[in-house]
Design a protein around this ligand. Sequence first.
Ligand SMILES: [Zn+2]
Ligand SMILES: [Zn+2]
Ligand SMILES: [Zn+2]
Length: 154
Amino acid sequence: MSRSPLAPEETVPEVDTVEDVLELVRARGGRASSARRILVQVLFDHPGHLSAEELAEEVQATSPDVNVSTVYRNLDELERLGVVTHAHLGHGPATYHLAARRHGHLVCEECGETIEVPVSLFDSLRKQTSSRFGFTVDPGHSALIGRCRNCRRR
Ligand SMILES: [Zn+2]
Ligand SMILES: [Zn+2]
Ligand SMILES: [Zn+2]
């Protein structure tokens, strides 16, 4: 059970390059090993929604010598450092993003379309749940499930 250590209100510095990400890793006390660099490069090249297994496949496509278990361990460690975060988009496995690209998701239960939305969309929900229930919503962690525009028309 990996848990995102990133608090919903925590802001993550902008990262434009793989080097920026590795710099953030070092700044937070992590090591920037070559296997980590490869994983971060894969995360950069695939900003979509890849599962840990798919990320491991991409890493191995370019670097067959990197173990799957190393990829999983690095993913956990990068998440612990607040550099990477995961989201649940429905029934499938968790998918991973760079934390700097955190966003919310609307997922259509009919066709599976995933719409990325700014987390600020949930600001008023977050304020109200916090003041009324003392509960902090993390809008990037799970998707909102519903029906997309196209499926609603049918
Ligand atoms: Zn989770
Ligand atoms: Zn749809
Ligand atoms: Zn996403």
